[in-house]
Design a protein around this ligand. Structure first.
Ligand code: SF4
Length: 108
């Protein structure tokens, strides 16, 4: 193998690696693309990551003294961190988690 053929082969392999890397990068969204969602889309995306009320057995009344108002996941103003849509402060679901450790509400 001559020096010229070795150089030519190295040059070809280097070019092939660059072309492959460029092809991989071309399919990825850049930082500008990933941040260009309108605020309304971000809200919809956040809502879609939450459970539906049906999925968590939500109801608009407390269960054995346990209510959204006493749940650590209740964000106030009818908003829950993990359940879609508006919830009642007097509501309850199976994901209920006491807002304060050691203060489990017993039967009413
Ligand atoms: Fe959300 Fe369920 Fe807690 Fe109510 S009880 S705040 S719906 S997790």
């Amino acid at each position: 193998m001559t020096d010229d053929s070795v150089r030519a082969r190295r040059s070809f392999l280097g070019g092939a690696l660059l072309a492959g890397a460029a092809a991989l990068c071309a399919g990825r969204p850049g930082p500008a693309q990933s941040k260009d969602y309108p605020a309304q889309s971000k809200d919809l995306l956040a809502q879609s990551k939450k459970y539906t009320k049906e999925r968590v057995g939500y109801r608009d009344e407390p269960y054995e003294g346990r209510s959204c108002a006493k749940c650590v996941l209740y964000a106030g103003h009818g908003e829950c961190a993990i359940v879609q849509g508006e919830v009642s402060a007097n509501g309850w679901c199976v994901q209920w988690t006491p807002a304060t450790m050691g203060s489990l509400a017993g039967p009413a």
